[in-house]
Design a binder for this molecule. Structure first.
Ligand code: SF4
Length: 284
Protein backbone atom coordinates (compact mmCIF):
# COMPACT_ATOMS: atom_id res chain seq x y z
CA UNK A 1 0.00 0.00 0.00
CA UNK A 2 1.22 3.50 -0.88
CA UNK A 3 1.89 5.20 2.48
CA UNK A 4 3.11 8.49 1.00
CA UNK A 5 1.21 11.60 2.06
CA UNK A 6 0.51 13.98 -0.83
CA UNK A 7 0.54 17.67 -0.02
CA UNK A 8 -1.92 19.03 -2.59
CA UNK A 9 -3.66 22.30 -3.50
CA UNK A 10 -7.41 21.93 -3.07
CA UNK A 11 -7.76 22.29 -6.87
CA UNK A 12 -6.07 18.87 -7.27
CA UNK A 13 -8.46 17.07 -4.92
CA UNK A 14 -10.26 15.10 -7.64
CA UNK A 15 -7.00 13.60 -8.92
CA UNK A 16 -5.77 12.55 -5.48
CA UNK A 17 -8.99 11.51 -3.77
CA UNK A 18 -8.57 8.31 -1.71
CA UNK A 19 -4.86 8.85 -1.02
CA UNK A 20 -3.41 10.16 2.21
CA UNK A 21 -3.48 13.94 1.95
CA UNK A 22 -2.49 17.32 3.31
CA UNK A 23 -4.74 19.86 1.57
CA UNK A 24 -3.70 23.51 1.21
CA UNK A 25 -5.62 26.62 0.20
CA UNK A 26 -5.59 30.38 0.64
CA UNK A 27 -9.42 30.40 0.75
CA UNK A 28 -10.69 28.63 3.90
CA UNK A 29 -14.25 28.34 2.55
CA UNK A 30 -12.94 26.02 -0.24
CA UNK A 31 -12.32 23.29 2.31
CA UNK A 32 -15.87 22.65 3.58
CA UNK A 33 -17.14 23.23 0.05
CA UNK A 34 -14.91 20.62 -1.60
CA UNK A 35 -13.88 18.04 1.00
CA UNK A 36 -16.53 15.38 1.58
CA UNK A 37 -16.99 13.80 4.99
CA UNK A 38 -15.38 10.57 3.72
CA UNK A 39 -12.38 12.55 2.42
CA UNK A 40 -11.62 13.66 5.96
CA UNK A 41 -10.59 10.09 6.91
CA UNK A 42 -7.63 10.50 4.54
CA UNK A 43 -6.63 14.05 5.50
CA UNK A 44 -3.77 14.40 7.97
CA UNK A 45 -4.29 18.16 8.21
CA UNK A 46 -5.16 21.22 6.16
CA UNK A 47 -2.85 24.13 5.42
CA UNK A 48 -3.78 27.80 5.10
CA UNK A 49 -1.42 30.14 3.31
CA UNK A 50 -1.54 33.82 2.39
CA UNK A 51 -2.98 34.75 5.82
CA UNK A 52 -6.67 34.65 4.82
CA UNK A 53 -8.83 37.41 6.27
CA UNK A 54 -11.76 35.25 7.24
CA UNK A 55 -11.55 31.76 8.75
CA UNK A 56 -15.13 31.57 10.01
CA UNK A 57 -15.89 28.74 7.55
CA UNK A 58 -13.53 26.47 9.52
CA UNK A 59 -14.71 27.32 13.00
CA UNK A 60 -17.27 24.50 13.30
CA UNK A 61 -16.20 22.38 10.33
CA UNK A 62 -14.36 19.06 10.85
CA UNK A 63 -13.82 19.64 14.53
CA UNK A 64 -10.50 18.24 15.72
CA UNK A 65 -8.88 18.32 12.26
CA UNK A 66 -5.45 19.96 12.62
CA UNK A 67 -4.81 23.24 10.80
CA UNK A 68 -1.35 24.37 9.74
CA UNK A 69 -0.91 28.09 9.23
CA UNK A 70 1.95 28.93 6.86
CA UNK A 71 3.83 32.20 7.40
CA UNK A 72 6.04 33.34 4.51
CA UNK A 73 7.50 36.40 6.16
CA UNK A 74 7.57 36.06 9.98
CA UNK A 75 8.62 39.69 10.55
CA UNK A 76 5.60 41.00 8.62
CA UNK A 77 3.10 38.27 9.37
CA UNK A 78 3.41 37.56 13.06
CA UNK A 79 1.09 40.35 14.22
CA UNK A 80 -1.72 38.67 12.27
CA UNK A 81 -1.58 35.53 14.40
CA UNK A 82 -4.09 36.91 16.91
CA UNK A 83 -6.96 36.63 14.49
CA UNK A 84 -6.44 32.86 14.07
CA UNK A 85 -6.53 32.13 17.80
CA UNK A 86 -10.30 31.52 17.72
CA UNK A 87 -9.66 28.39 15.62
CA UNK A 88 -8.15 26.77 18.71
CA UNK A 89 -11.65 26.31 20.13
CA UNK A 90 -12.19 23.42 17.71
CA UNK A 91 -8.86 22.58 16.06
CA UNK A 92 -5.25 21.96 16.98
CA UNK A 93 -3.41 24.78 15.16
CA UNK A 94 0.24 24.83 14.19
CA UNK A 95 2.22 27.73 12.79
CA UNK A 96 4.91 26.81 10.25
CA UNK A 97 7.48 29.46 9.51
CA UNK A 98 10.93 29.83 7.98
CA UNK A 99 13.95 30.61 10.15
CA UNK A 100 14.32 34.10 8.68
CA UNK A 101 14.14 37.70 9.95
CA UNK A 102 11.71 38.04 12.85
CA UNK A 103 11.10 34.29 13.28
CA UNK A 104 11.98 34.39 16.98
CA UNK A 105 9.32 37.00 17.76
CA UNK A 106 6.76 35.06 15.74
CA UNK A 107 7.56 31.82 17.61
CA UNK A 108 7.22 33.55 20.99
CA UNK A 109 3.85 35.02 20.06
CA UNK A 110 2.62 31.76 18.52
CA UNK A 111 3.61 29.85 21.68
CA UNK A 112 1.95 32.38 23.95
CA UNK A 113 -1.25 32.02 21.91
CA UNK A 114 -1.01 28.20 22.43
CA UNK A 115 -0.21 27.36 18.81
CA UNK A 116 2.16 24.53 18.03
CA UNK A 117 5.15 25.61 15.94
CA UNK A 118 7.21 24.05 13.16
CA UNK A 119 10.45 25.78 12.23
CA UNK A 120 11.44 25.44 8.57
CA UNK A 121 15.15 25.28 9.12
CA UNK A 122 17.09 25.52 5.89
CA UNK A 123 20.76 26.20 6.62
CA UNK A 124 20.72 28.70 9.52
CA UNK A 125 23.54 31.24 9.79
CA UNK A 126 25.32 32.29 13.01
CA UNK A 127 22.78 34.90 14.14
CA UNK A 128 19.89 32.53 13.49
CA UNK A 129 21.66 29.78 15.46
CA UNK A 130 21.97 32.19 18.39
CA UNK A 131 18.24 32.96 18.23
CA UNK A 132 17.40 29.26 17.89
CA UNK A 133 19.53 28.52 20.97
CA UNK A 134 17.59 31.11 22.98
CA UNK A 135 14.27 29.70 21.81
CA UNK A 136 15.44 26.21 22.70
CA UNK A 137 16.40 27.41 26.17
CA UNK A 138 12.90 28.89 26.59
CA UNK A 139 11.37 25.68 25.27
CA UNK A 140 13.29 23.53 27.73
CA UNK A 141 13.05 25.72 30.80
CA UNK A 142 10.11 28.13 30.66
CA UNK A 143 6.80 26.83 31.98
CA UNK A 144 4.99 29.31 29.73
CA UNK A 145 5.99 27.37 26.58
CA UNK A 146 3.46 24.56 26.71
CA UNK A 147 2.97 23.59 23.06
CA UNK A 148 5.47 21.59 20.97
CA UNK A 149 8.02 23.50 18.91
CA UNK A 150 9.41 21.32 16.14
CA UNK A 151 12.12 20.22 15.54
CA UNK A 152 12.97 20.60 19.25
CA UNK A 153 10.09 18.48 20.51
CA UNK A 154 10.56 15.29 18.47
CA UNK A 155 14.34 15.29 18.85
CA UNK A 156 14.01 15.73 22.60
CA UNK A 157 11.62 12.76 22.78
CA UNK A 158 13.91 10.71 20.55
CA UNK A 159 16.94 11.36 22.77
CA UNK A 160 14.93 10.83 25.96
CA UNK A 161 13.39 7.54 24.85
CA UNK A 162 16.52 6.44 22.96
CA UNK A 163 14.51 5.71 19.85
CA UNK A 164 15.68 6.37 16.28
CA UNK A 165 14.27 9.55 14.77
CA UNK A 166 14.97 11.27 11.45
CA UNK A 167 15.25 15.04 11.16
CA UNK A 168 14.06 14.76 7.53
CA UNK A 169 10.86 13.10 8.77
CA UNK A 170 10.40 15.52 11.68
CA UNK A 171 10.71 18.42 9.24
CA UNK A 172 8.19 16.75 6.90
CA UNK A 173 10.81 16.79 4.17
CA UNK A 174 11.45 13.05 3.76
CA UNK A 175 10.56 12.00 0.20
CA UNK A 176 9.73 8.47 1.36
CA UNK A 177 6.94 9.95 3.46
CA UNK A 178 5.73 13.08 1.65
CA UNK A 179 5.37 14.53 -1.83
CA UNK A 180 4.53 18.09 -2.75
CA UNK A 181 2.03 18.53 -5.60
CA UNK A 182 1.99 21.88 -7.40
CA UNK A 183 -1.01 23.75 -8.81
CA UNK A 184 -0.66 21.92 -12.13
CA UNK A 185 -0.63 18.50 -10.45
CA UNK A 186 3.11 17.87 -10.87
CA UNK A 187 4.70 15.84 -8.09
CA UNK A 188 7.84 17.27 -6.48
CA UNK A 189 10.01 16.41 -3.52
CA UNK A 190 8.83 18.04 -0.28
CA UNK A 191 10.07 21.12 1.58
CA UNK A 192 13.50 22.43 0.75
CA UNK A 193 13.96 19.61 -1.78
CA UNK A 194 11.09 20.91 -3.94
CA UNK A 195 13.46 22.67 -6.33
CA UNK A 196 15.67 19.57 -6.65
CA UNK A 197 16.37 18.65 -10.24
CA UNK A 198 17.96 15.20 -10.51
CA UNK A 199 19.38 16.11 -13.92
CA UNK A 200 21.32 19.03 -12.46
CA UNK A 201 22.70 17.42 -9.31
CA UNK A 202 26.43 17.13 -8.86
CA UNK A 203 26.75 13.34 -8.76
CA UNK A 204 25.80 11.23 -11.80
CA UNK A 205 25.38 8.19 -9.56
CA UNK A 206 23.03 10.09 -7.24
CA UNK A 207 21.07 11.40 -10.23
CA UNK A 208 20.48 7.94 -11.62
CA UNK A 209 19.33 6.57 -8.26
CA UNK A 210 16.95 9.44 -7.66
CA UNK A 211 15.41 9.40 -11.11
CA UNK A 212 14.47 5.76 -10.44
CA UNK A 213 13.39 6.08 -6.82
CA UNK A 214 13.03 9.55 -5.28
CA UNK A 215 12.02 7.93 -1.98
CA UNK A 216 15.65 6.85 -1.67
CA UNK A 217 16.85 10.46 -1.64
CA UNK A 218 17.85 10.59 2.05
CA UNK A 219 19.66 7.24 1.93
CA UNK A 220 21.56 8.15 -1.24
CA UNK A 221 22.30 11.71 -0.15
CA UNK A 222 23.68 10.66 3.23
CA UNK A 223 25.62 7.78 1.66
CA UNK A 224 27.28 10.20 -0.79
CA UNK A 225 28.28 12.53 2.08
CA UNK A 226 29.87 9.67 3.99
CA UNK A 227 31.61 8.37 0.88
CA UNK A 228 33.30 11.72 0.22
CA UNK A 229 34.46 11.91 3.86
CA UNK A 230 32.49 15.10 4.51
CA UNK A 231 31.94 16.59 7.98
CA UNK A 232 29.06 14.13 8.38
CA UNK A 233 31.42 11.15 8.50
CA UNK A 234 32.70 12.17 11.93
CA UNK A 235 29.46 13.71 13.26
CA UNK A 236 27.92 12.20 16.38
CA UNK A 237 24.44 13.22 15.20
CA UNK A 238 24.55 11.57 11.80
CA UNK A 239 21.97 8.91 12.69
CA UNK A 240 19.29 11.54 13.36
CA UNK A 241 20.41 14.19 10.87
CA UNK A 242 21.51 12.12 7.84
CA UNK A 243 23.07 15.13 6.18
CA UNK A 244 19.98 17.34 6.51
CA UNK A 245 22.01 20.49 7.02
CA UNK A 246 24.29 19.84 4.04
CA UNK A 247 21.40 20.46 1.63
CA UNK A 248 21.50 22.39 -0.61
CA UNK A 249 25.03 23.75 0.09
CA UNK A 250 27.40 20.92 0.88
CA UNK A 251 29.96 23.38 2.28
CA UNK A 252 27.59 24.57 5.05
CA UNK A 253 29.49 24.47 8.36
CA UNK A 254 27.55 22.60 11.06
CA UNK A 255 29.35 23.81 14.17
CA UNK A 256 26.30 25.87 15.24
CA UNK A 257 23.61 23.28 14.60
CA UNK A 258 25.67 20.69 16.47
CA UNK A 259 25.42 22.85 19.61
CA UNK A 260 21.62 22.66 19.28
CA UNK A 261 21.79 18.88 18.90
CA UNK A 262 24.08 18.66 21.93
CA UNK A 263 21.71 20.72 24.09
CA UNK A 264 18.77 18.55 23.06
CA UNK A 265 20.70 15.34 23.68
CA UNK A 266 21.75 16.46 27.17
CA UNK A 267 18.20 17.56 27.98
CA UNK A 268 16.86 14.21 26.72
CA UNK A 269 19.35 12.31 28.90
CA UNK A 270 18.41 14.37 31.97
CA UNK A 271 14.72 13.88 31.32
CA UNK A 272 15.18 10.11 31.04
CA UNK A 273 17.17 10.00 34.29
CA UNK A 274 14.49 12.05 36.05
CA UNK A 275 11.75 9.74 34.78
CA UNK A 276 13.70 6.65 35.82
CA UNK A 277 14.33 8.11 39.28
CA UNK A 278 10.64 8.98 39.66
CA UNK A 279 9.63 5.45 38.57
CA UNK A 280 12.10 3.90 41.04
CA UNK A 281 10.72 6.05 43.84
CA UNK A 282 7.15 5.09 43.00
CA UNK A 283 8.03 1.34 42.85
CA UNK A 284 10.79 0.85 45.44
S1 SF4 B 1 24.87 18.04 11.71
FE1 SF4 B 1 25.98 18.52 9.81
S2 SF4 B 1 27.78 17.21 9.93
FE2 SF4 B 1 26.30 16.36 11.36
S3 SF4 B 1 25.16 14.83 10.15
FE3 SF4 B 1 24.04 16.78 10.06
S4 SF4 B 1 24.72 17.72 8.17
FE4 SF4 B 1 26.22 16.16 8.69
Amino acid sequence: MNSIVYQIPVAQLESFRGRRLIVRTRHPSDLPAQLHVEDLHHVAYVQLYGLPDNVDALMHWAEGLPIDLLLDDPAQDFANLYRFAKLLDNHPVRVSLPVSTGFDKAVKLASSLQFEVRLQLGQPEALQIELLARLLDDYLHKATVMQPIEFFHSLLLGFCNQIPVSLWAIQEEHPALLRHVDEQGNERLPGKLASFNPNAASSAELNAELAKAPERFVAEWSRSLLAEGAECSSCGFFSVCQGYFKWPRRDYQCVGVKTLFTTLEQAGDELREDLEAAAAEANP
